[in-house]
Design a protein around this ligand. Structure first.
Ligand SMILES: NC(=O)C1=CN([C@@H]2O[C@H](COP(=O)(O)OP(=O)(O)OC[C@H]3O[C@@H](n4cnc5c(N)ncnc54)[C@H](O)[C@@H]3O)[C@@H](O)[C@H]2O)C=CC1
Ligand SMILES: O=C([O-])CC(=O)C(=O)O
Length: 329
């Protein structure tokens, strides 16, 4: 161990993603093998006991890098001094619930969490929102943390990115490590756009290597965009271990940097790049270095990509307008 423990807050700690995530954080996979972590778990009062059970199991892992675990049902306490905040807990859509109801219910979670981050988090806090609708939940949290630099609020599209890399590698019969520079644009929803026109496979343009627009439009894009539903259909529950894996990848790369000659996809506040309205939390290609990230500039966007990006960004605008009407941002 070469440094003081880093405080990592995980909300929804007793949920299924939490169960897959916490052990990997404790083993050093979130921040690296030199970095001890102190876990701060946030749950609703009814689920605190279950979170305590998970904490017992974490203790039983005897993880050398795990410096402590505290459990809270109050966001103000849970985010006190936090360096990395993983906002996983959210209100799922239930039968008969309209989208506006879902956004409102999540506003009731992400507004106080944003306020608590603003009030008590460490100066270097990094926030990843996993709980759906992730982009707009991140927008709500960001709106209530005016003292935290906006770029510290991010939403998870890394699962979509990883899914797209895996599907493309499978189609081309190559290893996932042969694929580079793939991008997810827009919202973490069925409108997202996985872009292979700027991606490379063994150094060759991926769209040219595929050379099959019908596959791209009718198989690849819908498969990636609707993979969450495919998993629910097959497993009877939504993606959990793969979502936890993506959260680990997102934060690890943000903190430790992306490999030379590659980039990753993150939902980040737009600076107006690629015509995405400023402030919206939309997925972009980003490179990470020295603990911060930059949106990759200057990519060519063809007409097909443009219309797909515009459609997903249009959905984000609608979500933003809906939460603005509800007074949540
Ligand atoms: N961005 C992405 O790629 C993905 C996002 N998700 C989303 O992640 C979220 C969590 O998924 P699961 O772990 O499977 O759900 P889950 O239902 O198993 O667990 C959610 C946990 O959050 C807790 N919770 C609810 N409100 C809370 C609050 N105000 N504070 C703290 N904890 C709270 C619940 O008590 C529950 O234990 C869902 O919204 C899901 O849709 C899931 C997969 C991928
Ligand atoms: O659809 C869900 O609730 C889970 C999800 O976001 C995904 O698997 O991409």
């Amino acid at each position: 161990m070469t440094q003081a423990p880093v405080n990592v807050t995980v909300t929804g700690a007793a949920g299924q993603i939490g169960y897959a995530l916490l052990f990997r954080i404790a083993s050093g996979q979130l921040l690296g093998q030199d970095t001890p972590v102190r876990l701060r778990l946030l749950e609703i009062p009814q689920a605190v006991k279950a979170a305590e059970g998970t904490a017992l199991e974490l203790e039983d892992g005897a993880f050398p890098l795990l410096a402590g675990i505290d459990i809270f049902d109050d966001p103000k306490q849970a985010f006190e001094g936090t360096n990395v905040a993983l906002l996983v807990g959210a209100r799922p859509r239930t039968k008969g619930m309209e989208r506006g109801d879902l956004l409102e219910a999540n506003g009731g979670i992400f507004k106080p969490q944003g306020e608590a981050i603003n009030a008590g988090a460490a100066d270097d806090v990094k926030v990843l929102v996993v709980g759906n609708p992730a982009n707009t939940n991140a927008l709500i949290a960001k709106a209530h943390a005016p003292d935290v630099p906006a770029e510290r609020f991010t939403a998870m599209t890394r699962l979509d990115h990883n899914r797209a890399v895996a599907q493309l590698a499978k189609k081309l019969g190559v290893a996932v490590t042969d694929i580079r520079k793939l991008t997810i644009w827009g919202n973490h929803s069925a409108t997202q756009y996985p872009d292979i026109f700027n991606a490379e496979v063994k150094g060759q343009n991926a769209a040219e290597a595929v050379n099959d627009q019908a596959w791209l439009e009718n198989e690849f894009i819908p498969r990636v965009a609707k993979r969450g539903a495919e998993i629910i259909e097959a497993r009877g529950a939504s993606s959990a271990a793969s979502a936890a894996n993506a959260a680990i990848d997102h934060v690890y790369d943000w903190v430790n940097g992306t490999p030379e000659g590659d980039w990753v996809s993150m939902g980040v506040p737009s600076d107006g790049s690629y015509g995405v309205p400023e402030g919206l939390i939309s997925s972009f290609p980003v490179v990470c270095k020295n603990g911060s990230y930059e949106i990759v500039q200057g990519l060519e966007i063809n007409d097909f990509s443009r219309s797909r990006i515009d459609a997903s960004v249009g959905e984000l605008v609608e979500e933003r307008d809906a939460v603005t009407k509800l007074g949540l941002v």
